[in-house]
Design a protein around this ligand. Structure first.
Ligand code: PXP
Length: 251
């Protein structure tokens, strides 16, 4: 029996810092506190436009994850500059995501259906894996995206949960999302590809997914940092980690 992993995305701490051009709040302190309180991994996204995480943050966060002997999950777009960065930093995981400058946050999964994109992702996956970095692809839970990801031989995919999370929050029927997550899990389990989840999740929307034993890893950021305004990042992380403990995977 194993417990699903909780990855905490701390980009939003850097957003607060960058918004005023200050040197606080400390991204290293955030990483340490969430790891002390039950997080299994730290996730950071170095965007091409550097809107939150900065280059100098990356080695500092890696140092913290190394101290805690926990993985760093480095999210990035498929740009040559970022591939070089990842090879330099050597995180345990890279999660490849689509990136558009005008978006407020990552708005959907990678488009692996376009041959051009597929070739770009393939090249990135090859370079990262030659350095023994595990790769996950942030994708939608449709059949074709899953099959294309499988063709690329990645260790995991991270299913975009943003639309599910939004419907959950709005009180809409979210059963169609759960169905597509079940189908994705079934497919990924067959090929022994890790089934991860991320985007827009809160404690309550995560609890439904945990109860359904759909994912082995969840990357959650915005809700944790938002709740931390009221309760502190340590207690919020601890409560979430406790929720994970209540829902072991049947393995
Ligand atoms: N996973 C991926 C691939 C993301 O792009 C993000 C947002 O940066 C997250 C997880 C975390 O999403 P949120 O901050 O909405 O919890």
């Amino acid at each position: 029996m194993s417990i699903p992993r909780l990855g905490v995305n701390i980009d939003h701490v850097a957003t607060l810092r960058q918004q005023r051009g200050e040197i606080y709040p400390s991204i290293e302190k955030a990483a340490s506190i969430v790891l002390e309180n039950g997080a299994d991994q730290i996730t950071i996204h170095l965007r091409e436009d550097r809107r939150h995480i900065q280059d100098a943050d990356v080695p500092l966060v890696k140092k913290i994850t190394d101290q805690f002997k926990k993985p760093l999950n480095f999210e990035m777009g498929c740009h040559p500059e970022m591939i070089e960065k990842a090879l330099e930093i050597n995180p345990a995981w890279v999660c490849l995501v689509p990136e558009k400058r005008e978006e407020r946050t990552t708005e959907g999964g990678l488009d692996l259906k376009s041959p051009e994109n597929f070739a770009r992702v393939k090249e990135a996956v090859g370079r990262l894996r030659s350095d023994e970095i595990m790769v996950s692809l942030f994708i939608e839970s449709d059949k074709e995206s899953l099959e294309r990801a499988n063709d690329l031989g990645v260790e995991a995919v991270e299913i975009h949960t943003g639309d599910y999370a939004k419907d959950f929050l709005l009180g809409n029927d979210y059963s169609k999302h759960l169905e597509s997550f079940y189908l994705a899990k079934e497919y990924l389990d067959k090929y022994e590809i890790g089934c991860h989840a991320g985007h827009g999740l809160t404690d309550l929307s995560t609890e439904v997914l945990l109860k359904n034993k759909l994912f082995v890893e969840y990357n959650i950021g915005h809700w944790i940092i938002a709740e931390a305004v009221f309760d502190g990042v340590g207690p919020v992380t601890k409560n979430l980690a406790n929720l994970f403990e209540l829902h072991p995977l049947e393995l």
